[in-house]
Design a protein around this ligand. Structure first.
Ligand code: GRF
Length: 203
């Protein structure tokens, strides 16, 4: 299945997905990286693996609708069936939500609905939470609000720091995202209908 990854940062999840395709046969092919930060390291990672990139700066466009129309053209050219958000720091707008309804997923470093939005790891530390973790969910118009596909917990130790929690969460993300992708791409069609074994199996 042809996928696009949207990312704005270092791209360690992008890399984990790519590595799983190459080494353990994750049945997906990254056709396109979409990135809104021209200096992001994820772009280097894509180039190293000869993956097509669409890099844009939001302020060069009049509106979200304008740049999402451009993204949509790119996705169509590449035959993308599923959009995988991995550290993409923008809300998806109506243009893409309509075209890819039920076919956009995101990974978030907390147990949603706790700590949505930016710096979820810092939020968990500041709240002295006992547990945090990782959530993979379908994307809707809200900020980290769509239907949950899977969650995995990590326990925060007494002396937990932002750095140590980030390490634990990232290690978890790098295993969980490729595994869930494999599940979605083989057991269903990547959409959140009855066929795709979401709530029932993973909640
Ligand atoms: C991840 O922690 C992910 O959960 C969040 O953004 C971060 C992206 O990290 N949405 P990376 O760019 O994949 O290293």
């Amino acid at each position: 299945k042809k996928i696009a990854v949207f990312a704005s940062g270092s791209g360690s999840n992008f890399q984990a997905i790519l590595d799983s395709i190459q080494s353990v046969g994750l049945d997906a092919s990254i056709q396109l990286l979409v990135c809104d930060q021209p200096g992001a390291f994820v772009i280097e990672r894509a180039k190293l693996s000869s993956i097509r990139t669409f890099v844009f700066t939001a302020k060069d466009y009049r509106s979200k609708e304008d740049y999402e129309k451009e993204i949509s053209l790119q996705l169509k050219e590449c035959g993308v069936e599923l959009i995988v958000l991995a550290g993409y720091m923008r809300l998806i707008g109506p243009t893409l939500l309509k075209e890819y309804e039920g076919r956009i997923i995101n990974i978030h470093p907390s147990l949603l609905p706790d700590f949505p939005g930016k710096d979820a790891i810092g939020q968990a530390i500041a709240a002295e939470a006992k547990w945090s973790g990782v959530t993979i969910h379908y994307v809707d118009e809200g900020m980290d609000t769509g239907p949950i596909i899977v969650q995995e917990r990590v326990r925060l130790e007494e002396n937990e720091t932002r750095e140590s929690l980030q390490r634990k969460i990232q290690t978890m993300e790098h295993k969980l995202y490729p595994a869930i992708l494999q599940m979605l791409l083989t057991k269903g069609d990547g959409t959140n209908d009855e066929e795709t074994c979401t709530d029932k199996c993973f909640r």
